[in-house]
Design a protein around this ligand. Structure first.
Ligand SMILES: [Zn+2]
Length: 315
């Protein structure tokens, strides 16, 4: 039986009976000099985050959140565990490194990818920050631009090796949607099969040809910034998604909202984690998607991605 590693223990794939948010942040600290609001802090924001998830559990049956906050992003698995327990929504924690602007000193200090891979494997085997909580996915492993620089190549290769050695899947951050093909090439060189890879933020890249190439290679295409209208309109997202569906790649699509700052929470007037269910999926239904297609993209695909199941076997 396929098992997903959550912050509260193993979860059988067959027990994921509701939708999954495939790329979110529940606790994160991405504040830099220029952006003091880019955070979801354990003290100030855990309560409204928990309340949102509990409400989505109640209203839409939200079953699982893939939480892609990794090293250098303010990850806090003790708080993730509390949010998961109190909201009754399963949470998968992550490990890896985000794009270069957020690399902690350990990345520069490491001699090579091998040394960094060992750091990740240790966390996966022994737990994060002295807790018994182990990551259930690599991510969000970041690069920026169409060409990958040396530091990001090092973290990408390290994450791929850790994925291969531990049997976890790997989710990336393609900055503003760029670099997916280059990432996939590096990951393939490290022996990570495409069906274990989710390429992030593809909804920010208005290039259906690239989406098709990535899907044809067998990778998951993450439309994971749904509702972030200042980056891309949902109207464009919908057009790009329909194009991918028309090309026959519904089994490669992952959906999420990538909530990454407290201003996005509904308590602060933002779109919230529920924007996918309340706004985008209804638009997708209006464009012709039926319940089975929605279930495929919001539940069976992310479960298959996390467990590394190559083709559909559970419905
Ligand atoms: Zn993210």
């Amino acid at each position: 039986m396929s098992v997903i590693r959550t912050v509260t223990g193993p979860l059988a794939a067959a027990d994921v009976t509701g939708p999954v948010l495939a790329h979110e942040h529940l606790v994160a600290d991405l504040r830099r000099d220029t952006d003091g609001e880019a955070a979801l802090l354990p003290g100030a924001h855990a309560a409204p985050v928990t309340a949102e998830l509990a409400a989505l559990r109640e209203e839409f049956g939200l079953a699982l959140v893939v939480e892609l906050t990794c090293r250098g992003m303010g990850r806090d698995v003790a708080t993730l565990t509390r949010i998961s327990r109190e909201s009754d929504v399963a949470v998968v924690a992550a490990t890896g490194w985000y794009y270069e602007a957020f690399h902690p000193a350990e990345v520069t200090a490491a001699r090579d990818a091998e040394e960094l891979a060992a750091v990740l494997v240790r966390e996966i085997e022994n737990g994060i920050d002295g807790t018994a909580v182990s990551p259930g996915v690599l991510g969000e492993v970041g690069t920026h631009g169409d060409v990958i620089g040396a530091a990001e190549e090092k973290t990408l290769r390290a994450s791929a090796r850790a994925a291969v050695r531990t049997g976890l899947s790997l989710a990336t951050h393609c900055h503003l949607g760029h670099g997916g093909l280059a990432q996939l090439a590096v990951l393939a060189e490290e022996g990570l099969p495409a069906h274990r890879v989710s390429l992030g933020h593809q909804d920010l890249l208005d290039d259906p040809g690239v989406h098709r190439r990535l899907a044809q290679a067998g990778a998951y295409i993450a439309f994971d910034t749904v509702g972030k209208e200042n980056y891309q309109s949902d109207a464009t997202r919908l057009r790009l998604l329909l194009s991918l569906l028309e090309a026959g790649h519904a089994d490669r699509v992952l959906l999420s909202c990538d909530i990454s700052r407290h201003g996005y929470l509904t308590a602060e007037g933002g779109q919230g984690y529920g924007h996918l269910f309340r706004s985008f999926l209804p638009q997708l239904r209006a464009a012709g998607a039926d319940d089975d297609l929605i279930d495929l993209m919001t539940r069976r695909n992310p479960v298959r991605f996390l467990t590394g199941t190559r083709t559909e076997e559970t419905r």
